[in-house]
Design a protein around this ligand. Structure first.
Ligand SMILES: [Zn+2]
Length: 134
């Protein structure tokens, strides 16, 4: 049986193991399936099915270079999304302690600690001064 599988996967993308994109697609299809079963979004059932087929298509594909590149772009996008969330989270934490002002001249973002009263803010980029209440 093991031999059969290794022969079956010979020269196919899946013979290198499951990549990140395939794993992601499979998890997504399971989530779509569960949601479709316990919600009125019946269409998700087809989405789940399509994702499953696509995952298998990737595993059985013989165009290894192309699948590899797909996975690479997926990882790049994933990193961008992660970075975006980290930035958003960071902004949220900063907003608790700082006011974020935008320079009227050059649109540079300037961070001022809260509770400083009315102050003159000088833009570090273009040296424009403007009054703000912190
Ligand atoms: Zn400025």
């Amino acid at each position: 049986m093991r031999n059969f599988f290794s022969q079956f996967f010979q020269g196919r993308y899946g013979s290198y193991g499951m990549d990140k994109l395939t794993r992601f697609l499979l998890i997504l299809s399971v989530i779509a399936l569960i949601v479709s079963l316990c919600s009125p979004f019946g269409i998700l059932y087809y989405v789940a099915f399509a994702l499953l087929i696509y995952s298998y298509f990737r595993l059985l594909s013989k165009n290894i270079t192309k699948r590899y590149k797909e996975n690479e772009s997926f990882i790049r996008i994933e990193q961008k999304i992660r970075l975006f969330f980290r930035k958003t989270q960071n902004n949220f934490v900063q907003r608790k302690h700082y006011h974020i002002y935008t320079c009227p001249q050059c649109k540079q973002k300037i961070r001022i600690p809260k509770g400083a009263g009315t102050i003159m803010v000088r833009c570090p980029k273009c040296m424009t001064e403007f009054k703000k209440k912190a």
